[in-house]
Design a protein around this ligand. Structure first.
Ligand SMILES: [Zn+2]
Length: 444
């Protein structure tokens, strides 16, 4: 008998999440994500050199932008399914570039499927794999010996699932990106009942997002973020001033709160930026939320200048824009650096996000914040709660699932060790906690 996991990407690093689960003579893959820093570095370098982008699997693997699937080349033909946990690019973004190597369908929730289709269209890529959408809280048979279950969980993007892989040798659980939110503002609460049930039936191993294992808190609910937004948008007088807000384009729950509050402010709401349009449209097609009825869209960068010229009374608007990490090509940085918009003193600029702590973002945001300060606008930063489990959420998940083995992932060494320490604290023995690197084969 064989029940084995092979770590392909995302272990002892952040990005390019990818795990292979082997059950005897068959296998499935969990997530196929991009390594965002490496991906951006690769594509930007190409742009600077004005060379055509070579987006072949081999080149992207070499650039460290996608998981190195050559580590499991001997198993390519055995892969029966590719299952995606949610639509963040570090989990789904490599599908267009490497899934063609496998003769397997891609299984995900409807929203993830819609986002994936949009990426494929943008990249002009056709997959030979079928994309099969599933409901949250549903299960499907991959083969006689493998059943996959999608369990509803909360995160910062719609229709995120914890994946349970049921095999004759036990159940493996993949909780890579989640938080335990008791009051989500969109979608349902985590399926605690099912998680508890699985814990009672016995869980062989748990692969778990450990990004904030060292933060001694319970992750605040998305409802708290909504209250924070309310405080800033409705509780601060913005009469006569423009209000400009930026957040994650894929965070539909957050965008929905912003639109609701914008309506209360009786402002005209405009989404500005291509990626906002992309994710909001995907949410509409997936039947999750139709924000387009309550707002206008400015999709393309080359129309920005014209649009802002047309706006005679910015104080009557709520502009929702891209660029929360200060990315130079996004809307807010362009409004500032290219003077597309004429900022007035004490205009409100709200960052409904935290700075993702990688070098590029820190530098970009420092530059943007200081440029905004020079314009004498009012800056509201960190109007945000995280989508990742903090230490006390992680503890609760361990209590629910009681896995025999714990495999911390989605973090650097320090955070993985914090997860280990937490597991030891709850009574685990050191040999039950496996901190792995990429390219490791673990028999369960
Ligand atoms: Zn995520």
């Amino acid at each position: 008998m064989t029940l084995q996991i092979i770590t392909i990407g995302g272990y002892s690093e952040i990005g390019r999440n990818c795990t292979l689960v082997r059950v005897d003579d068959e296998a499935i893959i969990l997530d196929m994500g991009l390594h965002m820093d490496n991906y951006i570095a690769y594509t930007e370098e190409r742009e600077e050199l004005h060379t055509e982008k070579d987006m072949s699997a081999d080149t992207l693997i070499k650039a460290g932008a996608v998981p190195n699937i050559y580590q499991v080349q001997d198993l390519w033909l055995k892969v029966k399914a590719i299952c995606i946990s949610h639509a963040h690019l570090d989990h789904v973004g490599a599908v267009p570039f490497i899934s063609n190597k496998f003769k397997a369908d891609i299984h995900c929730t409807k929203y993830t499927a819609e986002v994936l289709k949009t990426i494929l269209k943008d990249e002009k890529i056709t997959l030979r794999n079928n994309i099969v959408p599933h409901h949250v809280n549903s299960r499907f048979k991959v083969s006689k010996n493998i059943t996959v279950e999608f369990i509803n969980i909360t995160h910062s993007i719609p229709q995120t699932v914890i994946i349970a892989v049921h095999t004759p040798y036990g159940t493996l659980i993949y909780a890579n990106d989640f938080k335990l939110d008791n009051a989500p503002t969109l979608g349902e609460k985590p399926n605690f009942k099912r998680l508890k049930q699985l814990g009672e039936q016995g869980v062989k191993a748990l692969i778990v997002d450990s990004l904030y294992a060292d933060t001694p808190m319970k992750t605040p609910s998305e409802n708290i973020a909504k209250e924070m937004l309310k405080d800033v948008l409705l509780g601060v007088n913005s009469k006569g001033k423009a209000v400009i807000i930026t957040t994650f384009s894929s965070h539909i729950a957050r965008l929905k709160s912003i639109v609701e509050l914008g309506k209360k402010l009786k402002r005209r709401i405009v989404f500005i930026g291509r990626s906002l349009n992309k994710y909001v449209s995907a949410a509409k097609r997936a039947g999750i939320a139709d924000l387009s009825r309550q707002a206008e869209f400015v999709k393309y960068g080359n129309k920005l200048k014209k649009f802002f010229k047309r706006v005679k009374h910015p104080e009557k608007y709520l502009f929702i824009v891209t660029g929360h990490q200060g990315e130079p090509g996004a809307v807010l940085p362009r409004m500032v650096y290219q003077r597309l918009y004429n900022f007035q003193e004490e205009d409100h600029v709200i960052f409904s996000c935290s700075i993702i702590p990688v070098k590029n973002n820190i530098i970009n945001r420092e530059k943007l914040d200081s440029a905004l300060k020079k314009k004498k606008v009012r800056l509201f930063t960190d109007v945000h709660v995280s989508g990742h489990a903090f230490r006390e959420d992680l503890r609760d998940l361990l209590h629910l699932l009681k896995p025999e083995q714990i495999i911390p992932t989605h973090a650097n060494k320090e955070k993985l060790n914090a997860m280990k320490e937490l597991a030891l604290e709850t009574g685990y023995k050191p040999e039950q906690i496996r901190i792995l690197k990429n390219g490791v084969q673990l028999n369960l």
